[in-house]
Design a protein around this ligand. Sequence first.
Ligand code: BES
Ligand code: MN
Ligand code: ZN
Length: 501
Amino acid sequence: MSKITLSDAVLAPEILVVGLAIKEGTSKKLVIESGHLRLDTKTLLGALEDVGATGKTDEVIKLPGASTRLIVFTGLGKAKTHYPHETLRRASGAATRALAGNPSVSYSLPTPDLASLGAVAEGAALGAYSFDEFRGSTKADRKIPVASITIHTALANNKEAKALAKRALVIAQYTTLVRDLINMPPSHLTPASFVDIIKKAVTVAGGVSSHLKISVLDEKQLKAQGFGGITAVGQGSANPPRLLHVSYTPAKAKKKLVFVGKGITFDSGGLALKPAVGMEAMKSDMSGAAAVSAATLAIATLKLPIAIDAWAPLAENMVSDSATRPSDIITIYGGKTVEVLNPDAEGRLVLADALVKAAEVAGKGSASVVGIVDVATLTGAQVVALGTRTSAVMTNNEEFQSAFLAAAANSGEAFWPMPLPVELRASLDSPVADMANIGDRMGGMLVAGLFLKEFVSEDLPWVHLDIAGPAYNEGDAHGYTPVGGTGIALRSLVTLAQSSL
Ligand code: BES
Ligand code: MN
Ligand code: ZN
C-alpha cells in the first residue's frame, strides 16, 4: 500500500467499490450503500439478484459497470442508518483483498463522519497485503496487492479527514511490517536478524531526527547483567538471544508508555518438545515483539507527543544438550529465582526479565509513566478460552485496563478482560525456588498472567495482552485479515498512545 487519496469529485473510476446491505422487512431485499456517490441502483439491483448476491459480510461481487469498468459490491450485513466502524473496515478490506492484481481502486462507502471515513480508509489499506518474498517459480502467478486507494467522500477537503487518511496509511504500513516479521520463517528470522530488520525500519522512519533510538544487548551482555530468563530460554539455540530496546522520545513529552513484547522467533517447546502437528505455527511466537516494535515506529511516524519505551526480549526456544532442563533454577533480572518445570512455558521467562528492566529504565526518565503493556502469544489456554479472534487482557489496574479496552474498541480489535484470581497464585509455588514457571493447568492463561504480575510493581499500572490465537490466522482470510500473521495489537497500541496524551 503506497497511497490513499480522498476525493469528492463524481468521477467515473475504473474500479469502484460500494457497499451492499440486507434490508429486512421489505420486498426489495438488497440495498446499495454508495455513500457520497449516487448510482442508478435499479439495474444494478436486478443484476445483483440475478447473480445471487446476499449482502452478507465477506461477500464480494464484481459486475461490469455502466460508467465504470468494474463495480464491486462488498457485503455490509444488515442495513443500518449508521454502520459500526469495524463493519466498514472489514467490508473495505475484503474488497481490497478480492481486487488484488489491480493497481488502483476507488471506494464509495458510507462515510457520514470522520471516524467512518477513517475506518473505510484503514480497512481498504489493511486488505492490501501479500507475502511472496520466499516464492521462486510460483512468484510470477501471484497477484500484486492494490497499491493506490481513492476514497470518495463528502469530507474530502476536511483537514482532519486528510490526517485520518495519512494515519490509515501509516497503520497499514506498520501492520505490514508486523505481518512480514510473523510470516518470515525461523530460518531467516532469528533474534539477530529481527534486530537488523527493526534497525533498518528505524532508519527508514527517520532515525534520530524522528526521535527514535535503538539499543541492543547481546547474549554475553545479557549473561553478565543477570538476564537469567532470556539467556535460559535462548541457551539451547545456535541463534543466540538479544534484548532489543526501541525508544521514541519526542521533545517535551510529558507522558510515557512502556511496551514489552514476547519475541520467541521459534518455539519448539525446548526439552518439553511440542508435537510435530502444528509446530510450524510457532514461527509466530514473536508476534508481540513485532507488534510493540512496529507500533513504536508508527507512533513516531505520526509524531504523537508521547514518549514510548518498547522492549523485545528475543530468543529461540530449541532442543539441544545446552537447552534448559526441567528442574533447572534460573535467576530473573532483579533477583527472583524460578524453577523451570516446563521449558515450553518460556514466554513468561523472557517477559519477566524484560518487565523488570523496562520498569527500571522507565522510572529514570522525566516523563510520567502512564503504564506498561506487555503483548504475548503466551498460552494455548487463551485460544481455548476465547478462540482465535478475541484476545485477552489482564491487569493490576482497572482504570488502565479500561483505557486500553476503549482504545482497542475504537481500533476494531477484539480484546476481552480476564481476571487474575489470587487463589491460583499458590499453584506457582516451588519447593526449591521463589516460584515455578508453571502452575494449575486449569485457568492456564490466568496462571501465566499471575506469573508475570510478580514482576511488575503494584503501583505501576500494567496490562497483559495474551494474543496467542488472534496473532496468527491459520484459517481463511476474512475482512482485512490475511492468512498468517495478522498484526493484531498494533492498532490498539497506537490508539492507546493517542488517547493517553
Ligand atoms: N507459544 C506458546 C503458546 C501458544 C500456543 C501460542 C498456541 C500460540 C498458539 C507458549 O510458549 C506455550 O508453549 N505455552 C504452554 C504453557 C504451558 C506449558 C504451561 C501452553 O500453553 O501449552
Ligand atoms: Mn512454549
Ligand atoms: Zn511460546
